[in-house]
Design a protein around this ligand. Structure first.
Ligand SMILES: Cc1cc2nc3c(=O)[nH]c(=O)nc-3n(C[C@H](O)[C@H](O)[C@H](O)COP(=O)(O)OP(=O)(O)OC[C@H]3O[C@@H](n4cnc5c(N)ncnc54)[C@H](O)[C@@H]3O)c2cc1C
Length: 453
């Protein structure tokens, strides 16, 4: 464990607010509760090595996170305090602070993904031993998993049903933003050194990623439904990074969506749906949600997989998406679906290979959304696209990039001699994929009817 922010503290009583994926002071539920405690609030962030050790050293999400931390630190410094950062395991850092300062409670927002829950459990244990309470709030989602469930209390597996219940609950939910933090009394470090929140301090390299603030003006939201499917149109919100690290409040974006774009609201509900799925069905993290799909005989050609990763498959729209991902840490949603379908169906490659590649390259990587969408495309998920649905890259190009604006930006050589020939025959591979899925499913006929609601 190592302190990144150099500081000296008095023995005045404080509460700790442990920042996690909620890197903002505005409309932050847990932070507002900490501020309401009456004690000074010590703002803490831990570069948790147990989590970070799993990330590639040039992961774009780490670059985004560090930029968000620098912004948060400057907001807090304006109020005369400083974001106190450590590197190590979170439980050990909190244990150390509780021993060396006069801490009366720890506040945080809950994380619903498996790794976050594990870290939370360790923190809870050390605080229990120290006799210090841990107060958790729900901030990252509108509704905590477990709230939107069927009448008998069991979780939904079908998005449409989840959505209906979610919308009903949302009508009665008080969406008022949490009291702003201007009134909070922050912890005053006696002498806090400047912290440069760069990937380097956590042993990472700066990634070549595009960092985008969410684009939420009224016109864009009103046009969202018409423009969101066209990768060249720049018609989406680019809110993924901000939602991942909580630099925007979910209540703020959901409130705007409910006013100006029901289609965007549906997408935000998908995000909550997938987080609920992983929360209630943790087995989906490491395998098919529907067990019956576990026995698909993937072809898993390493050569084809590398060509897909590099964007040299000879299918311009697929290659454009994969190159965009590699160069910017972002890929448009429609193209994510097309590239994922191409990998799992046409190349008959295990969806978990693709999931892992996206996880290592996306600047908005979120386990539940990535896993849920990959399983949706591969047909292995809870409420997935039917297995025989195979996107045709050529047909998708005509529909969504007719003039080739998107494709030619990323694959300027398409159509020339220097561009590779297609690595597979689209029709043949589509047929082979449907057969491979059918064969696996015929072994597990019963499973499909059991999973229906
Ligand atoms: C194979 C695949 C992998 C994906 N991996 C991720 C991931 O790791 N992280 C991630 O945030 N999204 C993921 N998505 C969903 C979606 O592609 C991105 O959220 C979206 O492209 C981000 O750009 P945006 O903010 O401009 O989207 P917008 O269309 O403006 O959407 C606004 C927000 O709604 C949510 N959202 C939109 N579409 C979806 C969706 N299909 N599922 C869940 N939430 C959605 C996101 O939080 C998004 O930021 C994946 C989709 C696919 C097909």
């Amino acid at each position: 464990m190592r302190a990144i922010t150099r500081f000296t503290a008095s023995q005045e009583p404080v509460v700790i607010f442990w920042f996690r994926r909620d890197l903002r002071t505005e409309d932050n539920r847990g932070l507002a509760k900490a501020a309401g405690s009456g004690h000074r609030v010590l703002p803490l962030f831990v570069f948790d090595t147990d989590i970070l050790d799993r990330f590639d050293k040039d992961h774009p999400a780490v670059t985004v996170m560090c930029k968000s931390l620098a912004d948060l630190d400057s907001q807090i410094r304006k109020a005369g305090s400083a974001l106190i950062a450590f590197i190590g395991t979170t439980a050990k850092v909190i244990q150390h602070l509780v021993k060396s300062l006069n801490v009366s409670a720890v506040y945080a927002n809950e994380d619903f993904e498996p790794e976050g829950k594990r870290v939370e459990g360790e923190v809870r244990d050390v605080l229990r031993d120290a006799g210090v309470p841990l107060h958790l709030s729900t901030d990252h989602l509108i509704f905590r998993p477990g709230k939107i469930v069927k009448d008998d209390g069991t979780p939904y597996r079908v998005y449409g049903h989840f959505r209906r219940r979610w919308l009903k609950a949302f009508e009665s939910e008080a969406m008022s933003p949490t009291r702003e933090m201007t009134e909070a009394r922050w912890f005053k470090p006696v002498d806090a050194g400047i912290t440069r929140f760069t990937p380097k301090i956590a042993g990472f390299q700066e990634a070549n990623t595009v960092i985008t603030d969410p684009l939420l003006n009224r016109e864009r939201l009103l046009q969202y439904q018409n423009r969101r499917d066209y990768p060249a149109a720049d018609g989406t919100t680019r809110a993924g990074q901000s939602l991942r690290f909580g630099t925007i409040s979910i209540r703020k974006i959901t409130g705007l969506a409910s006013r100006y774009s029901k289609t965007l609201l549906d997408e935000l509900i998908w995000r909550e749906f997938f987080m609920n799925i992983l929360f209630h069905f943790p087995h989906a993290e490491s395998g098919s949600f529907k067990q019956g799909y576990s026995s698909i005989r993937w072809r898993n050609s390493e050569d084809h997989f590398m060509r897909w990763c590099e964007g040299t498959t000879g299918f311009p729209l697929v290659d454009a998406g994969m190159r965009e991902l590699k160069e910017t840490g972002y890929m448009h949603n429609r193209v994510r679906m097309i590239t994922a379908s191409f990998l799992t169906k046409n190349l008959l490659t295990d969806w978990q290979w693709g999931e892992a590649w996206f996880a290592s390259r996306l600047s908005d990587f979120e386990l539940s959304s990535n896993n849920g969408n990959w399983q949706w495309v591969a047909g292995t998920g809870c409420d997935a696209a039917p297995y025989f649905r195979v996107f045709s890259p050529a047909a998708q190009q005509i529909k969504f990039d007719r003039r080739g604006e998107y494709t030619s930006k990323w694959v300027p050589e398409a159509g020339s001699d220097s561009y590779p020939a297609p690595i597979i025959d689209e029709k043949q591979t589509r047929k082979a994929a449907v057969e491979a899925y059918r064969e696996a499913l015929s072994k597990y006929k019963g499973e499909r009817s059991n999973s229906r609601e």
